[in-house]
Design a protein. Structure first.
Length: 799
């Protein structure tokens, strides 16, 4: 029956309820205490109304029959209040917060469990309560209120989310709840275009006696589609359930109805997959009154309740909720009926703290407290990580740039930071985190740390360019014509085993050492090897083409220039490749530097407005410089370096020494010494034969003699100009136009010359960045507030 507003009825029912509880305790204990005293005080504010909320009373007329608040110690309230405060900060969308989730198959009585726990009279029509997740937030406040809103599914588009977010209803009487939930279902589209929704109905109930607690009622798992339920609906309900129960800080209240074999109820299998040890799952058995007494089914569920069939570390709990005939009874009557059932049925053998709604409240209160207390350190770590990540993202956006003054200040600071780091990289001063190089990391043009150390990388590439000119710069290679190494401090030596100047001493090409694979080998052909006769033929053809009025044995000096141009024909392409490579390295360096200093949108606009044009001009100037150098190379090779004449003379001397040595060896005979038993011999040299041999070696052919002299001159002048060319390219092209002055591209002087419109174009924030900044600032504010809350509670409760 419904309770009226009669004070006597209210008082009488309260007496009966408390006496009934006491008798139940005595019966469950198995004996009575004759000295026990029964004390009773009537409920406070009985004049405000009935304890039956279904009578249509105001929110502040409703009081729990047994307050959860009274079951919590001061420490428990402190810890649970902490989670509530963190949730109030809006961090539930950022962090996984501890919560209680009621889950189970369809029609197992989940909503009745939630209703009995909170004593909030939700509509009894299952279609209203189980088509979406319902979040019940009990929060302590100075005033009583009940607010309902909808949290839209993140997968909805913005047009769908906006009206759902706007849904907010506040009621003052529980009788308004069914109508509000009808409106909520309509807003979510449930019953109109679909049967279920991933949106969350959030019910916030505040009051001075409310405990800090959050519970979530999930739609019941559906075993088979039918009656308007599609396969897609079945899959959606499973997805909703999975999303909640797999969260590591969720305590699962797995509801199993006694009217069906627990092995056939899918929720147990699902929670065991995400909580294999049963550390955060509490099993709840409902509808025990619907089982035939003394039946095998009753014994099976008694075993389950005793944690023997399916073991859970948190154990099991049995509830007897309202049946259909009792649907209009009050919570007080519901609790009395439950107490009587567990005092008289076969379920009375169970421990009293494992049956009934009152003991479940206390059990959950302690369980949630221990769970939250255990999770607080990890929650703090997660919060710190989220805060660091959000702060990093905000830092990447740079300072706020809403006004022209903001834009100018931002660009001025950017230019100073840019100049400082760029100047350090160009000068080779590698101090600070930006230039950090991990031990063991390879130093190559593909390495970011190498690119940041720009001066070191340019030096490295210049060295490799020098090696490339030495190994791939010449068109022809003459193994039989030795050329001495140039040494300012020591006289050159001319050993037979000396390496030829055009061979790679390291056995590795510049392209490989520079990390460029076969770039050089594919663009420049390897030198063509010519033996002595082939080399002389090549020179002879040039000599014939360039013959003037020279006497026999002499040659036109222009022939050396023609041969030199052909021998150095690879220089231009190699220099172009080197210049382009260095320019690309500088571009990558500036891109990385801007990425370090400013947000993406600024990088893009700064690059297109200033940097690209500046780099294009620098590369164009470098190309012009290289053209001038090549023009000098293509003119007659002038030389005022004594190394040229030294090399010609020393090469001639070396050649004559080889000829003399060969002649002496040919004129030397070895004879055994007479009367000597040893193997020693005496050497004798036929001087006339040696002179004759060396005379024959000197060619009487004047053209051949000229060709040999021309080749000696070519090798000498090539060696001198090769070193000059490398020095000119690295200094006048690379250093002067590619590297030097990079720090001035984005200097305060350059930025000061920009118009106001150009400054705003480069530095102003787009709308998307403003939204992102507002979002991150709001998130950081929430996280900082949550961190302060956690620090306070952990200082007080966590040792």
């Amino acid at each position: 029956m419904l309770l009226g507003n009669s004070l006597h009825q209210h008082y009488l029912l309260s007496v009966v309820y408390h006496v009934n509880n006491l008798l139940a305790v005595i019966m469950l204990d198995g004996h009575a205490n004759p000295n026990a005293e029964v004390s009773f005080s009537p409920p406070e504010d009985m004049s405000q109304g009935s304890s039956d909320p279904r009578g249509g009373h105001a929110i502040n007329d409703f009081h729990n029959t047994v307050s959860i608040e009274g079951l919590q110690t001061e420490e428990q309230r402190l810890v649970l209040d902490t989670v509530a405060q963190i949730r109030k900060c809006g961090l539930e969308s950022i962090l996984s917060l501890p919560q209680l989730v009621v889950c189970g198959d369809q029609s197992t009585g989940k909503s009745s469990v939630l209703e009995a726990l909170t004593e909030i009279p939700f509509p009894r029509n299952d279609n209203l309560c189980t088509r979406f997740a319902t979040e019940i937030i009990l929060r302590r406040s100075n005033t009583d209120s009940l607010t309902i809103k909808i949290i839209p599914d993140a997968e909805r588009n913005t047009q769908e989310q906006d009206p759902i977010k706007a849904f907010t209803e506040t009621i003052t009487d529980f009788s308004e709840l069914p109508g509000i939930m009808d409106k909520a279902m309509l807003a979510m589209g449930v019953g109109v275009s679909k049967s279920f929704a991933k949106d969350v109905l959030s019910v916030l109930i505040e009051g001075p006696t409310r405990p800090q607690l959050t519970l979530v009622d999930l739609p019941g798992l559906i075993q088979n589609p039918g009656n308007g339920i599609t396969d897609a609906d079945v899959a959606m309900v499973k997805e909703i359930t999975q999303r909640y129960i797999e969260q590591p800080r969720t305590i699962c209240l797995a509801v199993v109805a006694a009217i069906n074999d627990h092995a056939n109820q899918g929720i147990l299998g699902r929670v065991q997959k995400v909580d294999s040890e049963g550390e955060r799952t509490l099993g709840i058995i409902t509808k025990p009154d619907r089982v035939e007494p003394n039946s095998g089914s009753e014994r099976a569920f008694l075993d389950l309740a005793n944690n023997r069939s399916v073991f859970l570390k948190l154990g099991w709990h049995v509830l007897r909720n309202r049946n259909y005939e009792e649907r209009d009874t009050s919570f007080l009557e519901r609790n009395m009926a439950e107490t009587a059932f567990f005092a008289t049925s076969n379920f009375k053998v169970l421990q009293k703290d494992c049956v009934g709604i009152d003991s479940l409240r206390g059990r959950l209160s302690l369980l949630l407290f221990e769970h939250v207390k255990q999770e607080l350190p990890r929650l703090r770590d997660d919060l710190e990580m989220a805060l660091t990540d959000a702060q990093t993202q905000l830092d990447n956006l740079g300072s706020r740039r809403s006004t022209l003054g903001d834009c100018k200040n931002f660009l001025m600071k950017l230019s100073l930071d840019y100049h400082s780091l760029c100047k350090a990289a160009v000068s080779g001063h590698y101090e600070g985190d930006y230039f950090k190089h991990e031990p063991g990391e390879e130093f190559s043009p593909s390495s970011l740390s190498a690119i940041r150390r720009l001066r070191a990388l340019i030096q490295y590439l210049n060295t490799q360019f020098s090696d490339t000119i030495r190994t791939h710069g010449h068109r022809f290679q003459f193994p039989n014509f030795q050329i001495p190494k140039l040494d300012q401090d020591a006289a050159p030596t001319f050993e037979d085993d000396q390496l030829d100047f055009c061979e790679d001493v390291n056995g590795m090409s510049w392209a490989e050492k520079a990390g460029l694979g076969k770039l050089t080998a594919s663009s420049i052909q390897s030198p063509i090897k010519l033996d002595r006769s082939q080399a002389l033929k090549w020179v002879t053809e040039a000599l014939i083409r360039n013959r003037g009025r020279e006497l026999p044995g002499n040659f036109n000096p222009l022939v050396i220039g023609e041969l030199f141009w052909e021998q150095a024909s690879n220089w231009n392409q190699l220099a172009l490749d080197h210049m382009e490579h260095c320019a690309n390295i500088c571009t990558k360096f500036l891109d990385d530097l801007l990425q370090e200093l400013c947000p993406k949108d600024i990088r893009s606009r700064l690059r297109t407005s200033i940097i690209q044009e500046a780099l294009r001009k620098r590369e164009a100037a470098a190309s012009e410089e290289l053209k001038r150098i090549m023009e000098d190379i293509r003119s007659y090779p002038l030389n005022y370096n004594h190394y040229y004449t030294d090399n010609v003379a020393k090469n001639g001397t070396a050649k004559r020494k080889r000829q003399l040595k060969q002649s002496i060896n040919a004129a030397t005979t070895h004879a055994k010494m007479p009367g000597c038993t040893s193997t020693h011999t005496s050497a004798s040299i036929d001087i006339d034969y040696a002179v004759s041999t060396i005379s024959k070696a000197i060619s009487a052919n004047m053209d051949e003699y000229s060709c040999e002299n021309i080749l000696d001159c070519l090798l000498a002048i090539y060696k001198v100009h090769q070193k000059t060319f490398v020095a000119n390219v690295t200094t006048q092209v690379i250093e002067r136009h590619i590297v030097r002055g990079l720090e001035d591209i984005v200097s305060p002087v350059v930025l000061n010359q920009l118009s106001n419109s150009q400054i705003e174009f480069i530095a102003s924030e787009p709308t998307s960045t403003k939204r992102e900044r507002d979002f991150l600032e709001d998130r950081i504010s929430k996280l900082n507030e949550g961190r302060d809350i956690l620090r306070g509670v952990m200082r007080d409760t966590i040792s």
